[in-house]
Design a protein around this ligand. Structure first.
Ligand code: 5GP
Length: 186
């Protein structure tokens, strides 16, 4: 508990509280349950940032879903994407003919998701939708990327918590907050 209190001191402010997250994730689960009624979608967690969101979200979906995991890395500095995406861990199962939902932590430039969308559609998914916890619409570089489900639109700031990290730290904060630039600026 003391350790978490220390981590909170690195935040400039809390942007989304754990209560707000729980409420929104529950509603998104209900929406997906309705939208996919009669279907059994494959829910894909993009590691590692989306892991906590994914774990909470799938428990709010009342359908016989299956799950899979993918890890990707985008080269760049610690707080900015470069645009080059690499698959570090691929899916375990084929998605041919499946209804796929990608679960991502945050859409920033949109480069990562636009790349993922392309490769998963090439593999013959019957349908593909994107669910993201956070969206920074002001920073979008890929204009035609459709993000189907967004929990929260946020301003252009580097955020951590609820799965999102800086240098692998802060993922276990229950709330989402803006990391103080003094932590990552020289
Ligand atoms: P994009 O390709 O959309 O520019 O970048 C998406 C990825 O960049 C996210 O999956 C995440 O890993 C990282 N990212 C973008 N903005 C933030 C942020 O504010 N905080 C954290 N922790 N990661 C971010």
């Amino acid at each position: 508990m003391e350790k978490t209190a220390e981590l909170y001191q690195d935040l400039d402010r809390i942007l989304v509280t754990k209560e707000e997250i729980a409420d929104r994730v529950k509603k998104l689960g209900q929406t997906i349950t309705k939208d996919y009624a009669g279907k059994a979608p494959v829910i894909i967690c993009i590691l590692k940032g989306a892991s906590i969101f994914f774990a909470d979200l799938i428990r709010e979906i009342e359908l016989p879903v299956t799950t899979d995991f993918m890890a990707i890395s985008s080269y760049g500095s610690a707080t900015k994407t470069s645009g080059v995406v690499r698959v570090l861990k691929d899916l375990d199962r084929d998605i041919l003919g499946k209804d796929v939902i990608i679960v991502e932590d945050i859409v920033d430039s949109g480069i990562t998701l636009s790349y993922l969308r392309k490769i998963l559609l090439q593999r013959g998914a019957a349908s593909l939708r994107i669910a993201t916890l956070l969206d920074k619409p002001a920073r979008r570089k890929v204009q035609d990327l459709k993000v189907d489900y967004v929990c929260f639109d946020i301003p252009d700031a580097f955020v951590v918590g609820y799965g999102l990290d800086y240098d692998q730290v802060y993922r276990n904060l229950p709330d989402i907050g803006v990391l103080s630039p003094r932590i990552y600026e020289p």
